[in-house]
Design a protein around this ligand. Structure first.
Ligand SMILES: [Zn+2]
Length: 105
């Protein structure tokens, strides 16, 4: 896939495409825009997502609410913030993810 194809990929496509099925070139655009692969909701509450918490592709505007698969509607988020949000919009004031609320063992 060329960069031009990646820039157009997913535009207006509101089918649910799992992150692993998205082209690597499109995911690279998301990483490039964010300046890295991290969870912005974790960062907003002063946390660094641990290595063992997988990052997932998150739709800023959820597919269930008409969001598409275009790279500008995608971002990285930790599983906890991605799954915990469901089809709700990206929170302005995210709370700590489940893994950060776990009691130390
Ligand atoms: Zn997070």
């Amino acid at each position: 896939m060329t960069r031009d194809e990646a820039l157009r990929w997913g535009l207006g496509d509101t089918r649910r495409v799992p992150g692993p099925d998205m082209p690597a070139e499109v995911l690279a655009l998301v990483t490039e825009r964010m300046g890295g692969r991290y969870c912005p909701d974790c960062q907003a509450v002063g946390l660094v997502t641990p290595q063992d918490v997988p990052l997932e592709v998150d739709h800023v505007q959820p597919v269930a609410k008409g969001g598409d698969n275009h790279h500008l509607n995608l971002r990285w988020a930790c599983r906890s913030h991605n799954r915990g949000r469901g089809a709700r919009p990206v929170p302005r004031d995210p709370s700590a993810p489940a893994w950060a609320r776990r009691k130390p063992t």
